[in-house]
Every structure is written in structure tokens, then in C-alpha cells.
Design a protein around this ligand. Structure first.
Ligand code: PMP
Ligand code: GLN
Length: 384
């Protein structure tokens, strides 16, 4: 039989995370590539999954998400950001942030619509937009602090522009957008009647007392912003795949329409556990943040004055490091995983217009101290 896949598949390569994690295993290398903690989240939350299962929470959940989780998400955001999302109409639970992004993009982007994406980007945005028939337009965040040129953004808007995708705190750079930047993006969105999809999965991971501001809290933005987050990051269980979106009722209906024919509902026991986890989040967050601050400080200190001089992430659990000038990221990432037993991510795959990615590597520091020490040691063994 000649197997013919759909044309849309031809545009979709294997994800760099899959490739680098596979190479890490094949080469028995320390994995500082794909973004996931190599340690467990809290035991008390795992207990809650058992409890939910033992208590019969094992059948399909309501398609929009269980009531207690939607309520607790809504209460959490009211208490920390003073924003009102109706748990009945303005919150949906999704299979990780990934499903929220896919469904949000598919529910607002039509064939030929232009979508503004800041690069380097989290790669799923591009493929979601392309699968929806949209046209990605890029604005570069320039190193070393990953700022963008306000004029570039203003000039990139056309009468076809429909959406701006924002990721704050930012993967892969660790940038946390300033209030001034967010205000400018809001002004552009309001002036041109655009939708903002704001991926805030690292909302609780900021460093050096940096404050995360959800763009939905800025004047005029609540009605036009779809805010997405994920318990995978906040509780360190990326494999549970519990995420959510908060937005105006119309957007939630759109997301829900797509989800009816993709996943229909999300894993029930983990929703119950996360609903419980959110009631404890204020006790949980201080230690969680301290743990990651320590890991971030460690990796910066170790790599300062090395061949891999770090940029400084203010959020997320990623760090971009510079590489020797005569190298490019792809070749170096392959050499490092093969010959120096450390897997990294070559960030040029996160850029579409700028070459800046070729001069850096992305490292993930959501790793046990031992893993970080070994990873750094292997990096430092590299000689040009
Ligand atoms: N957005 C960003 C910026 C991410 O880094 C990730 C995963 N690392 C996701 C979305 C996907 O989140 P989830 O695992 O909850 O689907
Ligand atoms: N978001 C994770 C990262 O940036 C990877 C998630 C995935 O592999 N889909 O590394």
C-alpha cells in the first residue's frame, strides 16, 4: 500500500525536545535539554490522586473541567491578581497548556489571518497557527535582555492581523516582560482590535523579586485576552497534563467547541488533585520559588567566566547561554550530547527571521542538584 499522509503533515517536523531527549538517552548524556523536572513534585499531591481514584473519581469529567478545579482557579486569580474570571463561564480545564493553545488558536484563527509571534518562540505556537491556516509574523526579542523594538511591532500590524501570542514569563529566554512593554502591546491590541493569547505557564517562577503581570489585568485587556497556564509547571508534574484557559465566555465556548472533538475531557483524578493543590498554593509557593531561585543562581555562577557565558533569566526554568563565536548551535548541541555527554537545546529552531539563536544554547535548570552539577561539569569539559 502506498501510504499518503495529509499535506498539512508535510510542514511538521519532529519536535526538537523529542530529538534531544532521544539523543540524551542514546548517548547516556545528562539531560539539560527538554523542559521538565527530573525530581518529583510534592508527595501530598500524589496522595490526592490516589484518594481521588479510590473514591471513584475515575470516569469522564465534565468536558469543561470539574467544578472544584474551575472554582479554585477562579479564586486563585482573584486573590493574587484581583481579576474576576467566572468559574461557570470563563474557565476551562485542558490537557496541559498545549491543548489550551491548540484549541485557542484554532478557535480564533481563520485561513489567511496573520498572527504576531515573538521569537524565540515556544515552538507549538507556529505549528498550531500553521495547522489552523494562519500566517505567523515575527518580532525578534534581541539578546542580551531579549527586548523588542516597539516600532517593529507597530509596523508589523496589517489589516489581516488578528492575534498576538505572548509568552510571559518566557521560554526559552527567561524574559519577564516589563510593565512598559505590556502596556505597549496592550495599546497595539486595543487600537487594532486584536486578540491576545497569553501563555503564562511559568507565572509563579520568577526570580530576584521580579513581579509577573498578567496582560489581562491591564486596562481594556480582559475582554480580548485568553490567558493560559499549567499545573505541570507550578506543581512540577508535567506528565499529569493539567492546564487551563481563562477568557471571556465567547472564547471559552470556542475553545470548548474544538475540545469536544479532540480530547472531550481531561484526566479526572489529576483534576481533583490539582483542585486540592490550589487550595494550598500560598503555603506551597515560597519553598517552590526558593528551590528554583537556588538552581538558577547555581547555574549562573557556575557558567560565569566559562565558554558558555549566561544571559540572566528573570523567570521560567530556562537559561540561554552564549557559545564560542566560531560555533553554531546545531553542530555544537550534537557535539556536546555525543562527545561531552550533555544534552542542550539548539535555540535556532525557535527563530524564523533572526540568526541570533545560532549563537546560543538553551539549558533547563529544573534538575536535581546532582544532575545540574554533572551537566555543568560536562559543559565545562568542552574545549574549542
Ligand atoms: N507553553 C510553554 C511556554 C511551555 O514551556 C510549555 C511546556 N514546557 C507549554 C506551553 C506546554 O505545557 P503543558 O505541558 O502543560 O502542555
Ligand atoms: N515545554 C518543554 C520545553 O520547552 C517541552 C515540552 C514538550 O516536549 N512538548 O522544553
Amino acid at each position: 500500500m502506498s501510504i499518503k499522509l495529509s499535506k498539512r503533515i508535510e510542514r511538521i517536523p519532529e519536535s526538537v525536545f523529542t530529538t534531544m531527549s532521544r539523543l540524551a538517552v542514546e548517548n547516556n548524556a545528562v539531560n539539560l535539554g527538554q523542559g521538565f523536572p527530573d525530581f518529583n513534585g510534592p508527595d501530598w499531591l500524589i496522595e490526592e490522586v490516589y484518594n481521588a481514584m479510590k473514591n471513584g473519581k475515575n470516569q469522564y469529567a465534565p468536558s469543561i473541567g470539574i467544578l472544584s478545579l474551575r472554582k479554585n482557579i477562579s479564586e486563585l486569580y482573584k486573590s493574587i491578581y484581583d481579576i474576576d474570571w467566572s468559574y461557570e463561564k470563563e474557565v476551562i480545564v485542558t490537557m496541559g497548556a498545549t491543548e489550551a493553545l491548540f484549541s485557542a488558536i484554532h478557535s480564533v484563527v481563520d485561513e489567511g489571518d496573520e498572527v504576531i509571534i515573538f521569537e524565540p518562540y515556544y515552538d507549538s505556537y507556529i505549528y498550531d497557527v500553521l495547522l489552523a491556516g494562519g500566517i505567523p509574523k515575527f518580532i525578534t526579542l534581541h539578546k542580551p535582555v531579549f527586548s523588542f523594538n516597539f516600532d517593529d511591532l507597530e509596523k508589523s500590524i496589517t489589516n489581516k492581523t488578528k492575534v498576538i501570542i505572548l509568552n510571559n514569563p518566557h521560554n526559552p529566554t527567561g524574559k519577564v516582560y516589563t510593565k512598559e512593554e505590556l502596556k505597549f502591546i496592550s495599546e497595539i491590541a486595543i487600537k487594532n482590535d486584536l486578540i491576545v493569547i497569553s501563555d503564562e505557564v511559568y507565572e509563579f517562577l520568577t526570580y530576584d523579586n521580579t513581579i509577573h503581570i498578567p496582560i489581562s489585568t491591564l486596562t481594556g485587556m480582559k475582554e480580548r485576552t485568553i490567558t493560559i497556564s499549567s499545573a505541570g509547571k507550578t506543581f512540577g508534574f508535567t506528565g499529569w497534563k493539567i492546564g487551563w484557559a481563562c477568557a471571556n465566555e465567547q472564547f471559552i465556548k470556542g475553545i470548548h467547541s474544538i475540545r469536544q472533538w479532540t480530547t472531550f475531557a481531561v484526566n479526572t483524578p489529576c483534576q481533583h488533585a490539582v483542585a486540592f493543590g490550589l487550595t494550598k498554593i500560598k503555603d506551597y509557593l515560597p519553598d517552590f520559588r526558593k528551590l528554583y531561585q537556588k538552581k538558577r543562581d547555581f547555574i549562573i555562577k557556575e557558567l560565569e567566566n566559562s565558554l558558555f557565558s549566561p544571559t540572566i533569566p528573570l523567570g521560567s526554568y530556562f537559561i540561554m547561554v552564549n557559545i564560542p563565536q566560531n560555533k553554531n548551535d546545531m553542530d555544537l548541541a550534537l557535539e556536546l550530547v555525543r562527545d561531552y555527554k550533555v544534552a542542550t537545546i539548539p535555540p535556532s529552531v525557535f527563530y524564523s527571521i533572526s540568526d541570533e539563536g545560532k549563537s546560543m544554547l538553551r539549558l533547563c535548570f529544573a534538575k536535581q542538584d546532582e544532575t545540574l552539577k554533572n551537566g555543568v561539569k560536562n559543559l565545562k569539559a568542552y574545549k574549542v
